[in-house]
Design a protein around this ligand. Structure first.
Ligand code: NAI
Ligand code: MG
Length: 355
């Protein structure tokens, strides 16, 4: 039995996670070897307003007992974004040493890219997820004076870079064998050359992977200009964040792309989520695109040993979209529920579903 902790979170989080869970239930129905057990945790901004924290003090301890975490989105206008992020998501990423943030972007059949000629677009960004530019080493001084200043140090460790880069080489080896390391060693002249050095060193272990380094600014432009030429891209926490937002954008709607926060060493539960946030502008209307959460559910299944069931979910999602059942952001008129129903019908082989 695979135990899944569910943190639906804020805004459209519960709407899309509800959709994803219905699809997972259908996956169980379609394949009896898939055994999942869900436990809900009502953590997020509402919880914060009531308790003064995003999750209980022993939240991580509680989550530790699970095999995977399924998350909607956290963040709401009543709580500053850095509070919600540092109070829930970042402690989980770091506490569970989820050092790989995997962000697949693929142009699904039936989805229109904002690019006029995207070709086949299938790029996975591997973002370092525990160190780099997202550090709390630093501080502010002389507040409120003309000398006010802020310093925030980037942290790059040999272990941290090596392990994420190795993961990316391995992934590229299983895919089309192309890897680009995102760097900025021309401007950021200490940490980035260190990253580059390790990228090349680890590359010696993978002679079959065609690897190169590109400056992230030029790389950003190339993703827009010729997305077909990329397979796997690996980058630091900040560069990976920015680049994966671009790969998600060129592959359609922000409502589609998923993200996995992985501890590849499996000492801790990994976390699966759509890349989008809580979308306060459309929350409560029942029109959110459930695709990102459904794709994230497929990644979750893959991680817990049901790759085939995960692939079937993604197939069903792709067929649903190309057959024309789409939410507003994809140019359609379907509600979240209608689109989810269609995916489930597809998954269960056209069966309209039991009572
Ligand atoms: P957002 O992703 O929530 O929304 C950006 C735009 O995309 C909005 O117009 C929204 O309506 C649209 N959108 C997003 N998801 C959609 C979906 N599934 N279907 C249709 N349209 C969708 O980003 P924003 O507005 O910057 O952030 C809102 C809140 O979410 C903030 O509090 C932020 O901190 C939080 N956030 C949380 C994340 C997480 O939990 N991992 C990630 C990103 C933002
Ligand atoms: Mg982002």
């Amino acid at each position: 039995m695979v135990r899944v902790a569910v943190i639906a979170g804020d805004g459209i989080g519960p709407e899309v996670v509800g959709a994803g869970m219905r699809v997972l239930e259908a996956a169980k129905e379609a394949d009896s070897s898939v055994e999942l057990d869900f436990t809900d945790f009502p953590w997020g901004c509402e919880y914060y307003l009531e308790h003064g924290r995003m999750m209980p003090e022993d939240g991580l301890e509680t989550l530790k007992g699970f095999d995977a975490i399924y998350l909607g989105a956290v963040g709401w206008p009543t709580v500053p974004d850095h509070v919600s992020l540092w109070g829930l998501l970042l402690p989980i990423r770091r506490g569970f040493d989820q050092y790989v943030n995997l962000r697949p972007a693929r142009l699904l059949r039936g989805v229109r890219s904002p690019l006029s000629d995207p070709g086949t677009l299938d790029i996975t960004v591997v973002r370092e997820n525990t160190e780099g530019e997202y550090s709390d080493a630093g501080g502010r001084m002389y507040r409120g004076t003309p000398h006010e200043m802020a310093v925030q140090e980037s942290i790059f460790t040999r272990r941290g870079v090596e392990r994420v880069v190795r993961y990316a080489y391995e992934l590229a080896g299983e895919r089309r064998g192309l890897l680009v390391g995102a760097t900025k060693s021309n401007g950021i002249s200490i940490t980035m050359p260190f990253f580059d050095e390790i990228f090349r060193e680890v590359g010696d272990e993978f002679p079959d992977v065609e690897a190169s380094l590109m400056h992230a600014d030029a790389l950003a432009a190339q993703i827009v200009l010729r997305p077909q030429s990329f397979d796997v891209i690996v980058g630091s926490n900040l560069l990976g964040d920015l680049l994966s937002e671009i790969t998600a954008a060129v592959s359609g709607s922000i409502g589609i792309a998923p993200s996995a926060n992985l501890d590849p060493d499996r000492r801790f539960p990994s976390l699966f989520e759509p890349i989008h946030g809580s979308a306060p502008d459309i929350a409560g209307q029942g029109v959110a695109n459930p695709s990102g959460a459904i794709w994230a559910a497929a990644l979750l299944l893959e991680h817990v040993g049901h790759a085939e069931a995960g692939r079937r979910i993604l197939d069903a999602l792709e067929t649903t979209i190309s057959d024309g059942t789409r939410t507003r952001d994809l140019g359609g008129a379907a509600t979240t529920d209608e689109m989810t129903d269609a995916v489930i019908r597809e998954l269960l082989g056209g069966d309209p579903g039991g009572p």
